[in-house]
Design a binder for this molecule. Structure first.
Ligand code: CUA
Length: 324
């Protein structure tokens, strides 16, 4: 009885990881549904095969000392060791080959360009006129298939939001494509799935699936230039931002800051996370990040601003947080 209890406990522990915002087995997209279905069918087939082959092997081992059972043992070895696995594995292969085309059909609606940077995600919603730039957060409408155009700046990365679908490599100098169709609104977590350097582990992103009309309204608002500073502190933060040359790397549309090396900050305060999902979007986290980015994300390209007085860092954070 104790061993049964132990086995049940182990199974519970194993499936405890199947739910959650970054699980392949908790699908929120068409492609992820297909993948999760494939996983369970292939796993069940493998378990059946393992039990059958090992069961037969034990049975044959018990038969073996008796000479008259030799022919029976041979038949079981051929049947259980060759015929049955061939049939079962062929069945699983045919099932998998039939399911695979259900993934990654061509996109029909929105097109988004996602570029793997060191170590963050550049996200650009392509539409008539200038693309709408964002970072580290991919918002998609439910109910339609969006096309992703994947690129990389320096290193190979791999784009992966498990709840939406499979992964696709991002390769410098090349363009790869995939499409995704979210089916349940919500927030999900993605992670770079190819080792790309020092902060690979901290190269995460948030996938947000929205109702189509909410998404359209959100994209419309994202196309607007940045809000004016709404308080004297934010106004000081704005001046410090320009004085310290932050605009050399970052764009804040509607201001002289037009840099392209770092993430677009026009609507930073409206994002769910900071520094590629390393930190929550909070004032205190912003201050920590500004003070010493490499402490949070080793190898981060952004320089430290620890030379600024705390009051200046606080004003900068107030300004940036207000960019919703
Ligand atoms: Cu980017 Cu790993």
């Amino acid at each position: 009885l104790d061993s049964i209890r132990l086995a049940a406990w182990l199974c519970a522990l194993l499936v405890a990881g199947c739910k959650g915002p970054q699980s392949v087995l908790d699908p929120a997209g068409r492609d992820a549904e297909v993948l999760a279905g494939l996983f369970w069918v292939l796993l069940s087939g493998a378990v059946v095969l393992w039990l059958a082959v090992n069961g037969l092997m034990l049975y044959i081992a018990r038969l073996n000392p008796r000479p008259h059972s030799r022919r029976l043992a041979e038949a079981l070895i051929i049947g259980g060791g060759i015929v049955m696995p061939t049939l079962l594995l062929s069945g699983l292969l045919i099932f998998a080959l039939r399911e695979m085309p259900r993934q990654r059909e061509a996109g029909s609606g929105l097109t988004v360009r996602v570029t793997g940077e060191s170590w963050w995600w550049r996200v650009e919603y392509l539409r008539d006129g200038a693309p709408v730039a964002s970072a580290n957060e991919l918002r998609l409408p439910t109910g339609s298939r969006s096309e992703l155009v994947l690129e990389a700046s320096e290193y190979i990365h791999s784009f992966w939001i498990p709840a939406f679908g499979g992964k696709t490599d991002m390769i410098p100098g090349r363009t790869t494509r995939m499409s995704l169709e979210p089916i349940a609104t919500g927030e999900y977590r993605g992670q770079c799935a190819e080792f790309c350097g020092e902060s690979h582990a901290r190269m995460a992103l948030i996938g947000v699936a929205m109702e189509p009309q909410d998404f359209a309204a959100w994209l419309e608002a994202q196309a607007d230039p940045a809000a004016e500073p709404s308080s004297p502190e934010a106004g000081r933060g704005h001046d410090i931002f320009l004085r310290e040359g932050c605009g050399g790397c970052h764009t804040i549309r509607g201001t002289p800051a037009q840099g392209q090396a770092g993430p677009d900050l026009t609507h930073l305060g409206g994002r769910r996370s900071l520094a590629a999902a390393s930190l929550p979007m909070e004032r205190s986290a912003l201050i920590d990040w500004l003070r010493d980015p490499a402490k949070i994300k080793p190898g981060a390209r952004m320089p430290a601003y620890s030379h600024l007085p705390e009051a200046d860092l606080a004003d900068l954070a107030t300004y940036l947080e207000g960019l919703e």
